[in-house]
Design a protein around this ligand. Structure first.
Ligand code: NAD
Length: 261
């Protein structure tokens, strides 16, 4: 637990499922006030709010498509109106769908870039506007991926978006460090969430993914939320512009594990 997080206000995008929902649960445990952004799952988000409030926490759910400038403005305003402040903004929402690059429709490319990269810019910009205006040493966390580093055939749009998130994170971190604003990314490896539930339901595909992970298992959303809490807290006070890989060692070139090469 991180004492300095108690009472702080956090926005998490794409928070009605998977990693985002786990970050909300962890932030609430830390005593933070949370804004749950969701795209479609109103019932799920409302139920999360109901349970948090029943347990004496503070939460609101705000629908919004983070591809849209207006929805990010509404999201930031909702947080500030509800809780009077904004401390942490987690750009978590993202999606993917495989296509051979030569068959990828422009609309698919655009959709992934709009959410996974432009959405991170738009969310960060709203948070930064508030932090700069209030001279606040705020904190931004971007959900990247091991694919900001590892090429991923048939996911050119996804890998390009996460590669973009890496340099967007580093550039913003450098730009706002003089104001004490910290901006980092998390690079999850293979995590069991709805984004890849179909793939992991197939034992062969699951095994093939597991073979790429030195620690030998597919991670949980909870393990990523632990990293988000640390990055949000003062325990990581000297960390900015970093991507923290939480991937069971996937970025360690596991095919070299047996000493070959
Ligand atoms: P998920 O599908 O459970 O969560 C993604 C969430 O983003 C969903 O709730 C979805 O509704 C929301 N979303 C999508 N487009 C949106 C939009 N335009 N506006 C608002 N919300 C939108 O999957 P997840 O694994 O929890 O993914 C969370 C993040 O983690 C993503 O950025 C993903 O790329 C990243 N990630 C996941 C893994 C993994 O193995 N699960 C690995 C690396 C990175």
């Amino acid at each position: 637990m991180y004492d300095d997080l108690k009472g702080k206000v956090a926005v998490v995008t794409g928070a009605s499922s998977g990693i985002g929902a786990a970050i909300i649960a962890r932030f609430v445990k830390e005593g933070m006030k949370v804004v749950i952004n969701y795209l479609r799952e109103k019932d799920v988000a409302d139920e999360m709010v109901r349970i948090i409030k029943k347990n004496h926490g503070d939460a609101i759910a705000i629908q919004g498509n983070i591809d849209k400038e207006k929805d990010n403005i509404i999201l930031a305003k909702a947080a500030i109106d509800a809780f009077g402040d904004l401390d942490v903004w987690v750009n978590n929402a993202g999606h993917e769908k495989p296509f051979a690059t030569h068959e990828m429709p422009l609309s698919e490319w655009q959709s992934v870039i709009d959410t996974n990269l432009t959405g991170v810019f738009l969310g960060s910009r709203e948070a930064l506007r508030y932090f700069v205006d209030k001279e606040k040493k705020g904190n931004i966390i971007n959900m990247s991926s091991v694919h900001e580093l590892i090429p991923w055939p048939t996911f050119a749009h996804y890998a390009a978006s996460k590669g973009g998130v890496k340099l967007l994170t580093q550039t913003m971190a450098m730009e706002y460090a003089p104001m004490g604003i910290r901006i980092n990314a998390i690079g999850p490896g293979a995590i069991d969430t709805p984004i890849n539930s179909e793939k992991f339901a197939d034992p062969d595909q699951r095994e093939s993914v597991e073979s790429l992970i030195p620690l030998g298992y597919i991670g949980t959303a909870h393990e990523i939320a632990n990293v988000a809490a640390w990055l949000a807290s003062a325990e990581s006070s000297y960390v900015t512009g970093a991507t923290i890989f939480a991937d069971g060692g996937m970025t360690l070139y596991p095919s070299f594990q047996a000493g070959n090469g």
